[in-house]
Ligand binder design. Structure first.
Ligand SMILES: Nc1nc2c(ncn2[C@@H]2O[C@H](COP(=O)(O)OP(=O)(O)O)[C@@H](O)[C@H]2O)c(=O)[nH]1
Ligand SMILES: [Mg+2]
Length: 235
């Protein structure tokens, strides 16, 4: 009899804890950060996004047309869920061809170059200046940027000496030698950007709306994502 009681009690407790977990899920603050991945054609932008968002690598990605994004959801702390929207430039690698829609509401960016084609490092400055011209955080605070020297699994001998000075000159948060193929430093690079975005979100108070406990940036594309998600959750 006693053992039956204690079994009942245990199962009641487990139901109660499941309920409080559910409640916590429900109350969780949700943040959405749009992060851009830019750089010349073939440097590995799509591969980096795929690696980070789905943990996969393929030596042949179809060339996608238009803007394309992947989503990664992170349980940041017990009260906060962060959804990262990683924007690929998908076929718009020609410098200057990106429109305002692509840049709008971005809170951070990774600029990628290819260690096997050192000339792609020269484009980093152009991408950076275009980005800084078009993305403004509140109070003209500069958008946080990391530089990724990708395909480090093939060679690192070609790493440009100027990279350190370049990062200092342009107030770049950090640079990493990455490999989308071998999954090197991709998580670290993204985490650096997310940390900066979280800090900025708290300090600069991004334009955000609060709706059903969901905090979201005022962004048409974001709206699209939220609707998608609601749709998905109703199923
Ligand atoms: N070895 C190696 N190849 C890579 C890496 N990242 C991308 N690639 C390859 O480089 C090519 C271009 O990559 P992709 O992601 O399509 O470049 P994007 O045009 O910048 O999106 C593809 O064949 C990829 O498989 C990497 O870290 N190491
Ligand atoms: Mg691509």
């Amino acid at each position: 009899m006693d053992s039956e009681n204690s079994a009942n009690e245990e199962s009641l407790q487990s139901v109660a804890s499941e309920e409080s977990d559910l409640l916590l899920q429900f109350r969780k603050k949700e943040l959405l950060f749009k992060i851009l991945v830019i750089g010349d054609f073939g440097v590995g932008k799509t591969s980096i996004i795929r690696r980070y968002a789905d943990g996969t690598f393929s030596s042949s990605y179809k060339i996608t047309i238009g803007a394309d994004f992947a989503i990664k959801s992170i349980s940041w702390d017990k009260n906060t869920q962060i959804n990262i929207q990683l924007w690929d430039i998908a076929g718009h690698e020609r410098f200057g061809s990106l429109t305002g829609v692509y840049y709008r509401y971005a809170v951070a960016a990774a600029i990628v170059f290819d260690l096997t084609r050192p000339e792609t490092f020269r484009s980093v400055e152009k991408w950076l200046l275009d980005l800084r011209r078009k993305v403004h955080l509140p109070g003209s605070h500069p958008v946080p940027v990391v530089i990724l020297a990708n395909k480090g699994d093939i060679t690192i001998a070609t790493l440009p000496n100027e990279i350190v000075n370049f990062c200092e000159k342009y107030n770049i948060l950090a640079w990493f030698i990455t490999s989308a193929k071998d999954n090197v430093h991709i998580d670290e690079a993204m985490l650096t950007l997310i940390n900066a975005a979280v800090d900025n979100h708290e300090r600069l108070q991004f334009p955000a709306t609060v709706d059903n406990d969901v905090v979201r940036l005022q962004n048409d594309d974001t709206q699209f994502y939220q609707n998608e998600k609601k749709h998905c959750c109703q199923r």
